[in-house]
Ligand binder design. Structure first.
Ligand code: 9Z3
Length: 372
């Protein structure tokens, strides 16, 4: 059904499809909207969105941090990957008491960021506030809290392998069974801090996310083919535009609450075509219905013309993903033993494969003769 939507490739990419939004499942909209091929209202363009919404206050400061980070790593000859992670919220009120959230713990993004760092990439980690982060993820949201990893030594005798901190009265020790893993993670965490290869930036709402992604992409574009995007955040498809949002807390006295929401602009389109031409762009497609995933993944590739869509199903996402390109589909699958006994993280397989393909992309760039 989507094949007729493919346009010829401008420069090194497939064309994104103007106004071709095939989801006819939204319930309401506000002008201006773009009519779709099915006649249903589509999202506003990114341009209109940014012109009619307010940037988060932290944006100028975050843009400066990104600029400094990118300049440093360009000078040091490192590749940069922008990892997005966690879910966005959609506030129902300007003075927000209630909001709709998107599913994501941030595991995919935080875990992948670690593997990118290990492979020598500088990582801009754009994540939902308080979601999982590289390295600290091993302890922060764990079932046993951080304190469970420690013991207080009443006598203050230094029998520990890693003293965490000492006061006059007591030493606090990491329990021996946790020491080995903690030492390894601590070492990686400290080395990353020392090298300055991780920049963490947070967002909460879908509006924060959109403004931050655009600002980051416009700065990162100077890295040309040496930049990768790994868009693992779970981004809301629907939102309430500013001019339709109640300022104050919605009152329950009026009975039922009916919500009408607009579609979030399809941000991949300007990302791929305008903000960061030549970067290697990987997006994720999440579905719950296996029957839809291959079609939806290919549809996204054709619509936006980026390099890879990683398809995953909610219930199996930790052991099975599909790397979809226009040419082929490659599965990465953990066996039951790898998943449940060896506790291998699927991101340890996804990331090296993407890096291999990014290298090919950079090498092919010379052949295409279109990159800076
Ligand atoms: C993903 O599909 C991620 O893999 C998950 C990771 C959110 C499933 P966790 O954080 O989960 O490890 O718990 N991310 C993309 C989700 C998304 O919103 N994709 C959009 C879509 O499917 C396109 S950008 O339409």
């Amino acid at each position: 059904m989507q094949d007729e939507l493919v346009h010829p490739v401008p420069k090194n990419r497939m064309a994104a499809l103007d106004g071709a939004h095939l989801n006819g499942d939204i319930t309401a909209f506000s002008a201006p909207t773009t009519p779709t091929s099915t006649g249903s209202p589509g999202p506003v363009s990114a341009e209109v969105y940014f012109a009619t919404h307010v940037a988060p206050k932290s944006l100028p400061e975050n843009a400066e941090r990104i600029r400094t980070f990118v300049d440093k790593h360009m000078k040091e000859g490192r590749r940069v990957v922008l990892v997005t992670s966690g879910g966005t919220t959609v506030p129902l009120e300007t003075l927000t008491v209630r909001f709709i959230d998107n599913f994501s713990a941030g595991t995919r993004g935080a875990t992948s960021a670690e593997y990118f760092l290990e492979q020598g990439y500088a990582v801009i980690f754009m994540h939902r506030q308080f979601s999982l982060q590289p390295y600290t993820r091993h302890y922060s949201h764990a079932r046993n809290c951080f304190l469970d990893f420690m013991e207080a030594d009443e006598q203050g005798i230094h029998v520990c392998l890693i003293p965490i901190f000492t006061s006059n009265a007591k030493s606090f020790l990491v329990m021996p069974s946790y020491v080995e893993k903690m030492r390894t993670i601590l070492h990686k965490y400290k080395s990353t801090q020392k090298a300055g290869t991780l920049l963490s930036l947070d967002f909460v709402t879908v509006n924060d996310y959109l403004f931050l992604l655009r600002a980051a992409a416009q700065i990162i574009s100077k890295m040309d083919v040496h930049a990768m995007y790994y868009l693992a955040a779970a981004v809301s498809d629907f939102f309430i535009p500013r001019d339709k949002m109640s300022e104050h807390k919605i009152q329950s006295g009026d009975g039922l609450l009916s919500l009408t929401m607009d579609q979030v602009p399809k941000i991949l389109k300007p990302l791929v075509n305008d903000w960061t031409p030549n970067a290697f762009i990987v997006s994720f497609k999440l579905e719950t219905d296996e029957a839809l995933l291959p079609m939806k993944s290919r549809q996204a590739l054709k619509r936006y013309g980026h390099q890879i869509v990683i398809g995953n199903i909610l219930t199996t996402r930790k052991r099975l993903v599909s790397l979809v390109t226009l040419e082929d589909v490659a599965e990465i699958r953990l066996t039951q033993n790898e998943d449940e006994v060896q506790h291998i993280e699927i991101e340890s397989r996804i990331v090296p494969e993407l890096i291999r393909r990014h290298t090919q992309w950079i090498e092919a760039c010379g052949t295409r003769g279109e990159c800076g």
